[in-house]
Design a protein around this ligand. Structure first.
Ligand SMILES: [Fe+2]
Length: 406
């Protein structure tokens, strides 16, 4: 491996990174060693990291290892020797890590990238703001976002995305009543998810209703499409008209409610987070079913990832008596808590507002309305939750790139 030099006439450049992100140099490496088959780095704050050789080798930014256009891996894991190790390591004048590998190849690594990918770093997804779990005392102003210029204004987009992730709900104001808003604004996050109710659905009273949503009856808190293997992540409801008496929107944070259940009755929480329940739709032409525990926990953190709050599409339970009893007591307790105004927020959507929420976290419902007193018309669609997370990471990436340029 050629020894890196640092002269005024030939300033040494930092290597690229195997992705499209920008990496500020938060810590500088001050020493590198080959240690026990790994590569050890000492950082300028005294901390140390030890990298597995394959983590570095397969993510080397050179164009043979990382495709220069796609930035995806161009060499497969099995292309590398199974016993590949670092033969020698060094920190060059640009603070890049230089590794000479045992197979005769060599790599250089950007210090910002190295630090961001050090083993066991504490924040695996620091681009996503921390969630705020809420109850009935949520200040509605924190979820209201000006959307009057959202198609062109990155600041408005950023605020909307942040609220949607932090609170799991946001009301975008000032979007007008053009019926195409439901397609253009959610598409800022990613593609709309088509489904058997249509890519865009009209929530109005229908004579041949295929769902309770298309009647004027009140709807208790629920999530949409719990019957699907992959329940829709985000739901958007654009208010075109809301002139009928009734029809207030109800919202609740299921993560708050299930946490309360966990504190009060851990055995019922345990039942609802382990016993598989079947959600099944009832329709002439479709027969969607999915069987999972109501509370789905993140295997990494043990915290809820989604709650299939499904009051009216549960298939008959076929568990033995004691398990069925715990499940029913848990469901009843949760539904009671959902009916408690202390845990819910009630809002009245105005024409020109678009309600968006995390359908796998935030429960929604409505009070009954009287269609003889005026018109109520909402247009809805779904977008996956990962589209929001991707957009938040891209916005954070753009902010990092601007900060590094200035
Ligand atoms: Fe719904």
């Amino acid at each position: 491996m050629a020894k890196a030099t640092d002269t005024l006439s030939d300033p040494i450049e930092l290597p690229g990174t195997p992705d499209f992100d920008s990496y500020p140099i938060i810590r500088r490496p001050i020493g590198a060693t080959v240690s026990g088959g790994g590569i050890g780095i000492e950082w300028d704050d005294g901390s140390r990291s030890r990298y597995h050789p394959m983590v570095l080798r397969e993510n080397a930014p050179d164009p043979e290892t990382t495709h220069p256009v796609t930035r995806e891996q161009a060499r497969m894991l099995t292309d590398f020797p199974v016993d590949l190790a670092a033969a020698s390591v060094d920190i060059d004048a640009a603070d890049a890590l230089c590794v000479a590998w045992s197979d005769g190849t060599s790599s250089r690594f950007h210090p910002g990238w190295l630090y961001a990918h050090r083993p066991r770093r504490q924040a695996p997804d620091s681009d996503l703001p921390e969630r705020a779990i809420w109850s009935g005392d949520l200040d509605p102003s924190v979820i209201r976002v000006d959307g009057s210029n959202i198609l062109r204004d990155e600041e408005q987009l950023s605020r909307w995305c942040a609220a949607l992730h932090i609170y799991g709900v946001a009301i975008l104001e000032g979007v007008g009543t053009d019926p195409t808003v439901i397609e253009t604004v959610p598409a800022l996050l990613g593609p709309l998810r088509d489904n058997n109710f249509g890519r865009v659905f009209d929530v109005v009273t229908k004579q041949d209703a295929t769902s309770n949503a298309y009647t004027s009856m009140g709807l208790p808190l629920h999530v949409d499409l719990a019957t699907r293997e992959y329940m829709p992540g985000l739901q958007f409801l654009h208010c075109i008209e809301n002139g009928a008496v009734g029809g207030e929107s109800l919202l609740a944070d299921s993560f708050f409610i299930v946490e309360k259940l966990k504190r009060e009755t851990p055995d019922l929480y345990e039942a609802l987070s382990t016993v598989p329940l079947t959600s099944a739709n009832k329709a002439v032409d479709t027969d969607y079913r999915w069987t999972v525990p109501m509370i789905h926990l993140d295997p990494k953190t043990g915290e809820p990832l989604e709650v299939r709050w499904n009051p009216w599409l549960r298939a008959p339970l076929t568990e033995e008596f004691d398990t069925a009893d715990r499940v029913y007591r848990g469901l009843r307790r949760l539904f009671d808590m959902g009916d408690d105004p202390a845990n819910t927020v009630t809002i009245r959507l105005k024409p020109g507002e678009m309600l968006g929420f995390d359908n796998r976290r935030v429960l929604h419902g409505r009070t009954a309305y009287d269609p003889t007193t005026g018109s109520r018309a909402l247009r809805g669609c779904y977008v996956e939750r990962e589209e929001l997370w991707s957009r938040l990471r891209i916005l954070a990436r753009q902010r990092r790139a601007r900060a590094i340029r200035t």
